[in-house]
Write a protein that binds this ligand. Sequence first.
Ligand code: C2E
Ligand code: CA
Ligand code: CA
Ligand code: CA
Length: 286
Amino acid sequence: AKKEGRNRYCWFVKAMEDEARIRREMEVAIRGGLDRGEFSPHYEQQIDLETGQLVGFEMLARWESAELGTVSPEIFIPVAESCGLIGPLSEMLIRRALSDAQSWDPSLSLSVNISPIQLRDPWFPQKLLKMLMASQFPAHRLDVEISESCLQENLVAVQAMIVSLKNLGVRVSLDDFGTGFSSLTQLRSLPFDRVKIDRSFVGELRKVAEAAHGSDAEREQQDHIVSTLVSLGQNLHIPVTAEGVEDESILATLRQMGEMKGQGYLYGRPEDAAAVLKRLGELNML
Ligand code: C2E
Ligand code: CA
Ligand code: CA
Ligand code: CA
């Protein structure tokens, strides 16, 4: 038993060393990737679910690494956050997105994701203002998405940050709504312009429709989480976006819940700036 414990300990130490090494290698790769221009902004369509109209795009970071191939932002964003590269990476992407969005129809908005690390930087609003001025992109068309997980930190500081961002004229959305633990009281005290219901909940709506063999109770429960989040937004008079609209059955269920925006694979995968231009040309939105 003693030997087994020791083996387990060694395995644990080795796993920790492996992880640290992988992180260091990834950090070096990110620096190299930044120098070589391997990161680019991609764009996901945002749709008014009632009219089917395209209303904007969310910028999502993409990395085509020479060494590692395509790396998911779910992997490289946390590494960039932990090694101090999220600021430079994100600012480069936002600059490019603001410049890409210059030629879009003025009815279209641009959403960008902001890391909790950037949210802690007291200079962030100033940096964003500089980027907006350099690009001449109207602040009111920019939407800054803040993850609900940020609200677990210093709430007073987050509140102050949201206010300074709003003073720039940009809109601020609560991302991943439903995955954190923000209370109704917190939500009411923070001036969010929009809540985005996480796709983990929205995706369940399809199972609701498909699961012919699932129990009624099970189906109702999934339905219930999304409709609870939607009515929470509605009761606070905060507009709602549903993420992860993957098919017609999800769309139909969401449309019954009231007015909202949506995004997801039903409308297409995130695409690069050139593909967006082509799409907008076809829609007469350039
Ligand atoms: P998110 O902000 O919640 O972005 C939505 C994610 O869901 C995107 O994944 C998108 O490609 C994916 N998605 C969209 N529609 C569907 C759908 O119908 N079904 C499914 N299954 N997935 C869908 P992606 O691009 O891999 O991004 C993952 C996360 O990485 C984002 O989640 C965001 O938190 C983070 N991220 C991406 N770009 C940036 C960035 O520039 N800065 C920061 N701080 N975070 C970023
Ligand atoms: Ca987002
Ligand atoms: Ca989200
Ligand atoms: Ca998410």
